[in-house]
Design a protein around this ligand. Structure first.
Ligand code: PDD
Length: 289
């Protein structure tokens, strides 16, 4: 079942117009969330980011956060999912050809839920390969990566490059050559026992997983540096990992065929443990109905 606009409909009936500006122009925003044991992890933070993305593209979401929260849980329950990946997509809506947002009187609102399919265990046991690609991350003065937009071509072009090079994930540099982020993930590395990650100002999506990892590191007494880094910093790091809502903390074994110190590294494992602990605490403290 899919939640479309204001109700749940079977997938076959969940149809959107070819005049939808999400389809015509990639005009819209989205969020991906993870449910554990039927509880949507960090739902408030995802809704906050959804509303921030909306305001950055002058899109008025036709529902209050509380109504979206209800729609998310209704979708999860209607599908009987406990371990799930949930996506909220909101497009500008249906309107005649033309870029003017005012052509679209009502946004299209969709919630989808799918059974969570575990990432292969070997990714966590051995680490994945990265390619630091030629495609640069969008310049924030043109299309700010903080907007989690439906227009993902920048990331898709990077993904195509990574696939050609046999890598699991691409890492993009920003327009000035500083390490920015993956196509769907943030990047971290350990150097001199300090956890390093590109600062938000480099032009990235400030991942919700990223924030949890930074907080966990501070709680564990690990030094944290959010800064500007070059690709050589990745090559020479002791440990490297990538993060997002579904991967959590995924170790990296190689970047551009250069072997990283250790994978999975000791601090990577400790931070993943700390992340899992936060998930468990979140589930325990969430009210059930
Ligand atoms: N992607 N950077 C980019 C470009 C992303 O698309 C994502 C998430 C992240 C990590 O954000 P978070 O920790 O909040 O998941 C960083 C999601 C998973 C997606 O595209 O479906």
């Amino acid at each position: 079942m899919i939640y479309l606009n204001n109700r749940l409909v079977p997938e076959k009936k969940a149809l959107v117009s070819v005049f939808d500006h999400g389809f015509l122009y990639g005009d819209g925003i989205y969020e991906t969330m993870r449910a554990y044991k039927g509880v949507v992890f960090m739902l408030d933070e995802h809704l906050e980011r959804l509303f921030r993305s909306a305001s950055m593209i002058a899109l008025k979401i036709p529902m209050a956060p509380e109504a979206i929260r209800k729609a998310v849980y209704q979708t999860l329950k209607a599908n009987g999912h406990k371990e799930a990946v949930i996506r909220i997509s909101i497009s500008r809506g249906k309107g005649p050809i033309g870029l003017d947002p005012d052509l679209c009187p009502s946004p299209t609102f969709v919630v989808m839920s799918g059974e969570f399919r575990k990432h292969p265990g070997r990714h966590y046991r051995k680490g994945v390969k990265l390619a630091i690609v030629e495609t640069r991350r969008n310049y924030s003065g043109a299309l700010d990566p903080r907007i989690k937009s439906l227009n993902f071509l920048n990331n898709i072009l990077a993904k195509i490059e990574a696939k050609k090079r046999g890598a699991y994930e691409a890492v993009m540099l920003n327009y000035r050559g500083y390490v920015a982020e993956g196509t769907i993930s943030n990047i971290f590395f350990i150097k001199d026992r300090v956890l390093c990650t590109p600062a938000a100002g480099v032009g990235i999506l400030d991942g919700i997983t990223r924030r949890i990892i930074i907080d966990s590191a501070k709680e564990l007494g690990i030094g944290v540096r959010e800064g500007r880094f070059r690709k050589e910093d990745i090559y020479h790091a002791r440990e490297v990992f990538i993060s997002n809502t579904t991967m959590e903390v995924m170790p990296v074994a190689e970047a551009d065929h250069i072997k990283i110190g250790t994978a999975p590294g000791e601090m990577t494992l400790a931070l993943h443990q700390a992340y899992k602990k936060k998930v468990n605490e979140f589930i325990k403290s969430s009210p059930r109905d």
